[in-house]
Design a binder for this molecule. Sequence first.
Ligand code: N01
Length: 904
Amino acid sequence: MPDATLAGHASKATSDSTARQVDVVVVGAGFAGLYLLHRLRKAGFATMVLDEAEDIGGTWYWNRYPGARCDIQTIDYSYTFDPELETAWKWSEKYATQPEILRYLGFIAERYDLRSDIRFRTRITTATWDDAEERWLLTTDDGGTISCRYYIMATGCLSTPKPPEIAGIGDFKGEVYFTGRWPHKDVKLAGKRVAVVGTGSSGIQAIPVIAEQAAHLTVFQRTPSFALPAHNGPVLADRLALLERDRASYREQARWSLAGVPWPQQTLVSWQLSDTERRERFEKAWAMGDLIYFVSQLWADQGSDLDGSALVAELVREKIRAIVNDPKTAAILSPHDHPFGAKRPCLDTNYYATYNRANVTLVNLREEPIAAMIATGITTSQRRFDLDIIVFATGFDAMTGAIMAVHPISGRGGKSLSAVWADGPQTYLGLTVAGFPNLFMITGPGSPSVLSNMIVSIEQHVDWVVDRLTAMREAGFTTIEATETAQAGWARHLADCSTLTLHRLANTWYTGANVPGKALGVMPYTGGVGLYRSICNDVVSRGLLGFRLTGPDHSEQCNDGEIVRLQPDVRILLTMMADMKLPAIESLGVAGARAFTAMLNARRPAGRPVGEIVDGTLPGSDGPLPYRLYRPVTPGPHPIVVYFHGGGWVLGDEKSDDPFCRDMCRRSEMIFVSVGYRRAPEHRFPTAVEDGYAATRWIAEHATELGGRGGPILVAGWSAGGNIAAVTCQLARDRGGPEIAGQLLICPVTDPSFDRPSYTENATGYFLTRSLMCWFWDTYCSPADRTDPRASPLRGKLAGLPRAFVTTAEFDPLRDEGIAYAKALGAAGVPVEQLKACGHFHASFAMVDVVISAASERAKMADALRRFAAQPQYMERPDVHLSARPGTSARAVEQVAQGESASQ
Ligand code: N01
């Protein structure tokens, strides 16, 4: 509906105190609020936007401190909803200043005639859901009341400044400013003794500019940040050309990217690159001055793995040492307390070089904490600083502050949002909250928001919300509300996603750790904007899954359920595989299937280096068998694990699980010997298990020659290899050895029955299909032989077997027979631990550096092996010293550990 036709329909926003009836109230007139207003009006909703500020701009209205700029290139930090708008505006710089961004928003407001429906200088004091009327009732600080059907928070993620928590703040007689509430008058810094407290993005942008004007600048730093040069200047010609060559496709790529800027997904991990190659990549990124490029394009594991991240951190520290003349100052400016990227890296102009100026002093608050503010300045534990101006760049009560702290929001049955969020924000999709019908948040906690180009995320949220409201109106529904099940499922998905990145390992506003007493947990969605967008689209295509809708004639539609149950990276992988329309492996014949899996294996990440890899042969039950031995870097002798690869007794060889063996060798610090047992159909049942047993016996007898520790050995296997490992333990018990200290069975085949529910639930779509498993069994073993315990260890005698650790995957046809085997072992008196891996599929654990979320499961398996061998538990050695602030990182890490032990 064109805007003009709404004239009679829309209530005009005025400032009188009588109750207004509108369809939608939006809080905030920043990027999100303006686009919402435009879309809602176009869709025919009477809309009123309220903002405390005197004008539009949101965060760009308030953050007008010296040096304030965006840190995403402006050609990306722009609305994309209107192709004509895109060509009507030209940015003057690569990173626009705050005044230019504000001018851009003013241009938008004029172009779409938005101001008439925005009421400025208005604060909402209460928001209450009226169950009978099915409307929100709002009160405002001018005494007015507004009734609206839908209430939308476009309040931004970084809008509520956090108090600096410094004693005596009122005692200072000079001027005090907050970067997040910078005055609109001219602040005279020239000739003044100025202090800046805080060295996050705001401080790092302001410090060089203030230093140029002030007589003296003292910077009070508690925690150093990583800062990267912006190299600001004209809009980059190559990026602009790329955009202008095909604007629509550039924007579309951004919408499906990781962070909302179209850079490709890196595939090479750090250890696949030489020192020289890594340095070249780093120098290129340093010279480019693009935050998203820097945090995503160096190597694939820079944001997900401590080792990959540590390499970046050290290269940045090297730069700091090269720029800052005084080595002690350089050391204070060098971050060591968090992995690179876990805190938002800052984009700077001359930040580090500023510390070479004679009029700048850096105070390390870790050595001399602030004692108090006094009338003349600041005292630390060691000194007094006399000051004229103090600038607090101390950050925000981020993500939840603006929604929760600003005014009481009461939902269904008087439920308070503050109470519901007391232990951290609970949302569905970061958009809605169960118990709060018709309330939406734009870029709320639980959405990609601050980990993305905000404009891309804002447009996606606004479009999603307005499209839903329009569809509801057409269908005759008047309320929409997330279900508790959907919300709980989203919380679990967020926890799964948080294991993919390192954000959980730093004290930041991302986790709430910057505000004393705030509940801890990674608040933004860490799975990326592309994945997030696909999930939001799925919610719609699956009939608004996770929402309850009601209408005036008491009609109700409740489509309860969880939108994502797979691990995030498993979901991406399975979607990619489905899109590739790969042939069914069993349709290729034996030779074709082997060639196909070898081709897939050749494309995967190679696996990390270990101490030594030795290929050899050992005597099998009927001739030599190849093996591959993986030795840890640590000094031996090490316990030995005999490993049997997967492949349904038909595919694979001693090298086919190479990345997995490397990873487990490193984690367990044990020798892994992967055995090339003979395969079907050339060698049908029981060849594979007899080979497995013979190999185990030989390896046990030659343990010391192989450089291993004498005494009992361990066995492990994945899939059909798990079957061989389980059978080997039974044969070793019955045939007089060797002595086995423990068995690690990963998604093992234990029984030929196809009747268990996991065979039906996961028959297709999860890589290992029911039909492929049928083919494996048929190729390996005749139906008559399948009840033999050497084919089906579940049918054997289980008492007296070695301790076991059985891993099963939720989305695996073999899940239930693995669980059945673990149960049966326990019932037979065998000590057994079970890891039911939530959201994983059959190949999750073997796909090292592809399914990153399975790393924690492999860590648990390695720990189990160490327990079997009476070795101390393996401790990851992060090269970061997580900040000692009590109750923050330490708790966050502990929470991660708990999250990682999630089992179905
Ligand atoms: O806030 P911050 P910010 N005593 O929380 C310190 C976006 N942004 O406003 O780390 C002493 O990052 C605190 O120290 P510590 C961007 O997303 C974007 O700078 O808690 N120090 C830290 O050094 C950014 O990430 C742009 O130990 C105290 C600093 O204050 C986000 O906003 C520009 C203290 C706060 O850093 C927030 O950035 C600006 C105390 N009591 C901001 N309390 C661009 O687009 C806190 N600190 C470019």
